[in-house]
Design a protein around this ligand. Structure first.
Ligand code: ATP
Ligand code: MG
Length: 578
């Protein structure tokens, strides 16, 4: 491609509204332009990178036995009513009412395609003999994200590779899941992306049923908890604290429990300020409705409740924080004064709670707290649970070593769905004994744009992007320094033609611009190899070849340059593929 014929609007200045490096660099390198919040145009360079990522995904999906199809973005809302996701998606689902003749038609723009594909499968699969089957597509998804931000990392319209597996047995499901997991590892490796597969919320199948693929990045919105010595890695929702149930016989403290007046101090922060204590000394008592029944959850004051863990510990379907009336009825007090002593509902506690001696806790009386609350004497527990988010330094559940935190960008997700969709949409098969069973499903997503944005976020230096060869919009950039020198241009043109002939992706900077401008742009757009042909070099019979990551160029005889560069490109590619 000739630069003059493409649309590559590079920018010198850092755009004011772009907060993070990938957003700044993708704008500056002329990869994307914003249309409105959450919606971007991919310019020619950006689109080439997206297409390269998509191609790698296709190749690895096919190699893993998945078959491509293409489903509509426009979907009948009725399908979402049947799975309960019309309500569950809330304002994230883009709903449209259109008029057809004298009818109103209720539609949605697909946020994913579980409904559409399960409906399709329900019509065409009816025997165990037709299973297993994995289908995928690469298609635009729509989500009215609350906060679209960080350029194309979170947009309301984005490209997803979504795959769905259909199985007649759990064993088949596990095989498809493992095949997808392995394909994801190859995809991200080939894209040159650093990634960590982390355990994520398990959903209906339980156990090891969901993994997210995270790109470790300072600006990532997700938090990953990991242990260097065991390799354990999980997202914050899922990560276990590795704490064990402590001795529950009670504390030996002889300090008498004492009621203290704490006017208007209904939060941990306010009580700490008022009583000059630290949150670690406090018992936080949260009242939840667990399947409609009130239950008090005890945590150490500085810890955050993890609702997934609480739900599982209680063995209930749903939990939500209780309303004021419920709180009144179990504590006899307003919000903020609940505590374990004398509370009128069931109680469960996190492992760290019994370890607090002489704790401060709500007195179940408005504006009152207790000091010196101790297990055994003042409240009782039969057991304790892991009910909170893990903290940096908590012991790893596998090795016991202190765990670390990093931020990450979720680029992919593999999930054992089970039969949620097949049951609600009637996708069943006849088993060997002619009995009907719901098909067991898995779903597997990759954010195609996030591969590109994630690379921009993690592969750059102060001058611009550093693309891995597989995703770079072009592999080689040819820069003739004097476009008005006919001899020089003839040599450059021939090199351009010869490299293309060899199957190399070449961008030819034919702009009549100053060398300084061309070099700056070259660094900014980050093409992995560049060939510079100047007047002096021409006299000496050499071109200057430089990898984007190398300090200095190499002088290569003009008649060997094409061979040399083609070989470098091939080597860089095979490194990523191995
Ligand atoms: P997130 O937690 O980041 O909102 P998600 O868990 O809702 O993502 P999934 O439903 O698992 O996302 O979608 C599969 C993949 O699609 C994600 O792993 C991510 O790479 C990508 N993706 C999801 N939402 C967006 C978005 N708004 N913009 C760009 N890519 C997205
Ligand atoms: Mg996800």
């Amino acid at each position: 491609m000739r630069w003059s014929q493409s649309l590559i609007p590079t920018m010198k200045e850092v755009p004011a509204d772009a907060e993070i490096p990938s957003h700044q660099l993708m704008l500056r390198a002329g990869l994307i332009r914003q249309l409105m919040a959450g919606a971007y145009t991919y310019l020619p360079l950006g689109w080439r990178s997206v297409q390269k990522a998509a191609q790698i995904i296709r190749e690895e999906m096919e190699a893993a036995g998945a078959v491509e199809l293409h489903m509509p973005a426009l979907q009948p809302i009725e399908l979402f009513d049947r799975t309960g996701r019309n309500e569950a998606f809330g304002s994230v689902l883009v709903r449209l009412d259109v008029t057809r003749g004298d009818r109103k038609v209720h539609l949605a723009l697909g946020p994913t395609h579980e409904e559409v594909i399960t409906d399709l499968i329900s019509r065409h699969i009816n025997s165990y003999r037709q299973l297993p089957l994995t289908l995928y597509q690469i298609q635009t998804k729509f989500r009215n994200e609350e906060r679209p931000r960080f350029g194309v990392l979170r947009t309301s319209e984005f490209l997803m590779k979504d795959a769905y597996s259909f199985a007649s047995t759990l064993e088949q499901l596990n095989d498809s899941y493992d095949a997808m997991y392995a394909a994801y590892c190859r995809i991200f490796q080939r894209c040159g992306l650093k990634y960590i597969p982390v355990e994520a919320e398990s959903g209906p199948i339980g156990g090891d049923a969901s993994h997210e693929f995270m790109i470790p990045a300072e600006n990532g919105e997700d938090r990953i908890v990991y242990c260097e010595s065991s390799g354990y890695a999980a997202n914050l929702e899922r990560a276990e604290t590795g704490r064990k149930t402590p001795d529950l016989t009670g504390s030996n403290s002889s300090a008498a429990m004492e009621k203290v007046h704490t006017p208007n101090a209904g939060s941990i922060e306010a009580v700490c300020k008022f009583l000059k204590c630290s949150p670690e000394q406090m018992i936080k008592t949260l009242i939840y409705l667990a399947d409609e029944k009130p239950v008090a959850v005890l945590l150490r004051g500085d810890h955050d409740a993890n609702e997934g863990k609480i739900r599982r510990a209680l063995g209930v379907k749903s939990i939500e924080l209780a309303d004021e009336k419920t709180i009144q009825s179990v504590t006899n007090a307003g919000i903020g004064f609940a505590g374990p002593v004398g509370i009128k509902c069931d109680l469960i506690a996190d492992h760290d709670v019994p370890l607090i001696t002489d704790a401060i806790a709500g007195a179940n009386e408005t504006d009152q707290h207790y000091k010196n609350v101790n297990l055994g004497r003042d409240y009782k527990l039969e057991t304790t649970y892991d009910l909170r988010d893990a903290c940096e330094g908590d012991p790893c559940p596998k090795s016991g070593e202190p765990m670390k935190f990093v931020h990450g960008i979720e680029v992919g997700h593999v999930f054992k769905l089970g039969t949620k969709y097949s049951e609600s949409l009637g996708a069943e098969f006849l088993n060997e004994h002619e009995k009907r069973e719901p098909i067991i499903m898995g779903c597997y997503g990759i954010g195609v744009n996030r591969i590109v944005a994630g690379l921009a976020e993690t592969c750059h230096d102060e001058n611009g992007l550093l693309w891995p060869i597989s995703i770079a919009p072009y592999e080689v950039l040819i820069i003739p320094l004097k476009t008005d020198d006919e001899d020089l241009m003839n040599v450059a043109e021939k090199m351009y033609a010869d490299l293309k002939e060899k199957g190399v992706d070449v961008l030819f900077d034919d702009r009549p611009a100053r060398p300084g401008v061309k070099f700056k742009d070259a660094d900014l757009i980050g093409i992995p190899f560049r060939i510079v042909i100047g007047g002096k070099g021409l006299q000496e019979g050499i071109a200057e070849v430089k990898a984007r990551t190398a300090e200095d160029p190499e002088k290569i005889p003009l008649d060997q340059t094409v061979e040399y560069v083609a070989k470098q490109v091939a080597e860089a590619k095979s490194k990523l593929n191995s």
